[in-house]
Ligand binder design. Structure first.
Ligand SMILES: Nc1nc2c(c(=O)[nH]1)N[C@H]1C(S)=C(S)[C@@H](COP(=O)(O)O)O[C@H]1N2
Ligand SMILES: [Mo]
Length: 332
C-alpha cells in the first residue's frame, strides 16, 4: 500500500516495503514447506529450482577485489555470513525500483566505467578522483559487518574497502568542516526510477565529521572478495554499520564537506520518520513500528526466531562515545 507522508505530500513506499517483505517471507516459507513435505514431485522440482535461483551462495563472476582481514576493533563479526545470492537479490536501491527484487533485475544498466568521485567543499585538497585512483588510495580490508535496515531486516556481509578516514585525512578538511555529505549518482538514462517521485533525487546521505572519521565507517568497493555488484552500489558506496542501512549511500559521485547539517533524501521525504542520526536503537521505535527485533535474511523460515536488535547494531563499544550526553530520542 502506498501512503502519503504528511511532510512532503510525496507518495513514498515505506508501507509497501513492509508488505513485500512479508510476501517474500511467505513465499520462502511455502518453498520450504513444499520442498520438505508431501507436496509431490512436480512441486518439489519447482521448489528445488526456486531454491537454486534464490541461491546457495557463491559470488558471481565479477573482478576479484580481495582484502586483508581488518585490524580495526569491532570490524569482524564471527556470525554466519549471509548467502551471496540472498544479499544481492534482496536490496534497497530505489533508483532501480522499490521492490526488493528490482535492483538485481534492473541495475545491469548502471554504467560504472568511467566513474569519478568529486571531493569538494570545505577542504584544502578538492579533487575529482578517478575510481581507479580512489581504490588505490589505501590498502583494501575485508570487514564482516552487520547491516540493519530500518524496515527490520539485517544481513552479515564481508565488505571490502578502507576507512573513509583515510580519504578524509588525504583531502585535509578545513577547520569549519563539520559534516560530510554523500551525493550519489542520479542518471535518468541508466537508472529507470530516477525521475519518479519516490524520493528527491539524487539520493543524498550525510554524517557528522566525527562519525565519518570513525574507523568503522567504510568506503566500500567490494564484497565477498569481488568488486561490488551494481545492485549493491557499484563502484563505490558507504557502509556505516551502526546506523540504519539507508545511511549507507550507494554509487557515490560526490563527497562534500560542509559547515551545516545537510538535508538527506529520507529526511526530506519524511522528517518525522527519518532523523539525521538514524542510529540503530532498539529503544527508539520508528513512528509506525518497533525497532526492538530484526529478521536476519536467510533465517526467514517458518520457525525462525526474530533476533533482538542491539544498541548501535552491536557496535556500541566502538561508537557509543560519539553520542555521549545526547538525547537519542530527540536526535533519532
Ligand atoms: N543510492 C542509494 N543508496 C541506498 C539506497 C537507495 O535507495 N539508493 N537504499 C539504502 C537503504 S534503505 C538500505 S537498507 C541499503 C541497502 O543496502 P544493500 O542493498 O546492500 O543491503 O542501501 C542504502 N543505500
Ligand atoms: Mo533501508
Amino acid at each position: 500500500m502506498l501512503i502519503k507522508t504528511r511532510d512532503s505530500g510525496f507518495i513514498h513506499p515505506v508501507s509497501s516495503e513492509i508488505t513485500s517483505q512479508g510476501m517474500y517471507q511467505q513465499r520462502r516459507d511455502m518453498i520450504k514447506l513444499m520442498a520438505g513435505g508431501a507436496a509431490g514431485a512436480a512441486l518439489a522440482g519447482w521448489a528445488g529450482r526456486e531454491a537454486l535461483a534464490q541461491g546457495v551462495g557463491k559470488p558471481g563472476k565479477l573482478a576479484a577485489l580481495p582484502g586483508a582481514k581488518s585490524g580495526v576493533a569491532g570490524a569482524v563479526t564471527m556470525e554466519k555470513v549471509t548467502d551471496y545470492k540472498d544479499s544481492t537479490t534482496y536490496n534497497n536501491f530505489y533508483e532501480f525500483g522499490t521492490d526488493k527484487a528490482d535492483p538485481a533485475k534492473n541495475a545491469h544498466t548502471l554504467v560504472t566505467k568511467p566513474w569519478t568521485v568529486a571531493v569538494e567543499g570545505l577542504v584544502k585538497q578538492p579533487k575529482t578522483w578517478a575510481i581507479e585512483d580512489l581504490i588505490k588510495l589505501s590498502a583494501q580490508e575485508e570487514r564482516i559487518y552487520r547491516l540493519r535496515c530500518v524496515e527490520g531486516w539485517s544481513m552479515v556481509i564481508p565488505w571490502v574497502g578502507y576507512s573513509l578516514a583515510e580519504l578524509i585525512k588525504k583531502v585535509e578538511p578545513l577547520g569549519n568542516a563539520k559534516y560530510v555529505e554523500f551525493i550519489t549518482q542520479a542518471d535518468p538514462k541508466t537508472m529507470p526510477f530516477v525521475g519518479s517521485r519516490v524520493l528527491d533525487w539524487p539520493y543524498v546521505e550525510a554524517l557528522r565529521m566525527d562519525e565519518a572519521m570513525n574507523p568503522l565507517t567504510l568506503l566500500t568497493f567490494g564484497m565477498y572478495g569481488e568488486v561490488l555488484p551494481n545492485q549493491s552500489g557499484a563502484p563505490v558506496r558507504l557502509v556505516v554499520p551502526w546506523k540504519y542501512g539507508f545511511k549507507s549511500g550507494k554509487s557515490i559521485v560526490k563527497i562534500r564537506f560542509t559547515d551545516k547539517e545537510p538535508r538527506t533524501a529520507w529526511n526530506k521525504a519524511a522528517a518525522n520518520e527519518y532523523g539525521f542520526y538514524s542510529n540503530v536503537n532498539p529503544d527508539v521505535d520508528h513512528p509506525r513500528w518497533s525497532q526492538a527485533t530484526e529478521r536476519r535474511i536467510g533465517e526467514d523460515g517458518l520457525f525462525a526466531k526474530k533476533r533482538k536488535t542491539l544498541m548501535f547494531n552491536g557496535y556500541e563499544a566502538q561508537v557509543g562515545q560519539l553520542y555521549a550526553g545526547m538525547d537519542l530520542k530527540k536526535n533519532f
